[in-house]
Design a protein. Structure first.
Length: 278
């Protein structure tokens, strides 16, 4: 089994010009347009209403790769958030610190057509189409900021646990707000394949429980075998608004130990599982 860190050299981050704009080729704009069109068609009914209305409200360009500068202006007016262009891989410490400052770290390259349906690194389609709409939602952004503050001040060991909470909510969360189970995680809404797979009967789904989340390992390079389901974004906010409960849950998860993963770990050291938040 390939180590997840060994094949991540294909993409190079885009450097902004003096006015803060990044240049994309016609082919890159076409990739964006095609991804947008495919997901715009497939998400109604499967993505939660909060995401769908925020997607409309943020008003992303359909036919060209958006500029972070433009999105920043829209977000700033609504929730005070901003996007910070970063290389694809940054440390947990920097990542959580940026969230605490209401800055969402975003990669700026876009995938090639070879990676159209599946990409283990976060590209700009994932960052913008996946993450930015919900950064227009005030309950969600209050949760994100609070989470950032809590995680930035945590020990390195606890940050590994908190990365699992981020992974199973912000990246791969499901929500059951009324009778329908729907998706809100950025890793799902931005994935052509996973947005179809996540609500199928193939993966396991559990109500979100902090101790269970902290006991669940993840991999960034496969479709998720397990998802956790929330009932509302208020639930997410309330979780991180009670740091004592979070850290007690981490301690309990640590004493119980991690669950045996449903995926083959093989020669993949756990460090590789931890290194990255998409
Ligand atoms: Fe992400």
């Amino acid at each position: 089994m390939e180590s997840v860190m060994h094949n991540q050299t294909q993409y190079v981050s885009k450097i902004p010009d003096k006015d803060g704009y990044r240049t994309y080729s016609d082919t890159e704009h076409q990739i964006w347009a095609k991804l947008y069109a495919v997901q715009e068609k497939s998400l109604p009914g499967i993505a939660c209403p909060e995401y769908m209305s925020a997607l409309e409200e943020i008003g992303l360009p359909r036919n060209s790769v958006p500029q972070l500068k433009d999105i920043n202006e829209t977000l700033k007016k609504k929730t005070g958030w901003g996007i910070e262009g970063v290389p694809a891989l940054i440390s947990f410490e920097r990542f959580f610190g940026l969230l605490a400052e209401k800055k969402f770290p975003a990669a700026t390259f876009i995938r090639t057509s070879d990676d159209f349906e599946y990409l283990q690194e976060p590209d700009i389609f994932h960052e913008i189409f996946g993450h930015c709409p919900l950064l227009m939602n005030e309950v969600y952004t209050d949760f994100m900021q609070k989470f950032g503050e809590l995680a930035a001040s945590a020990s390195a060991e606890d940050q590994i646990m908190l990365a699992r909470l981020y992974w199973f909510t912000v990246e791969f969360g499901l929500i059951q707000s009324n009778k329908d189970l729907q998706i809100y995680g950025a890793g799902i809404v931005s994935s052509v394949n996973e947005s179809k797979y996540a609500l199928s009967n193939k993966p396991q789904k559990y109500e979100l429980d902090l101790v269970e989340v902290f006991r669940t390992l993840y991999r960034i390079d496969i479709m998720q075998p397990i998802y956790f389901v929330i009932s509302s974004f208020d639930q997410l906010f309330n979780l991180v608004d009670a740091p004592r409960v979070v850290f007690e849950s981490i301690a309990e998860a640590r004493s119980l130990g991690p669950h045996k993963p449903l995926f083959a770990v093989g020669d993949l050291p756990e460090d590789d599982l931890r290194k990255k938040i998409a």
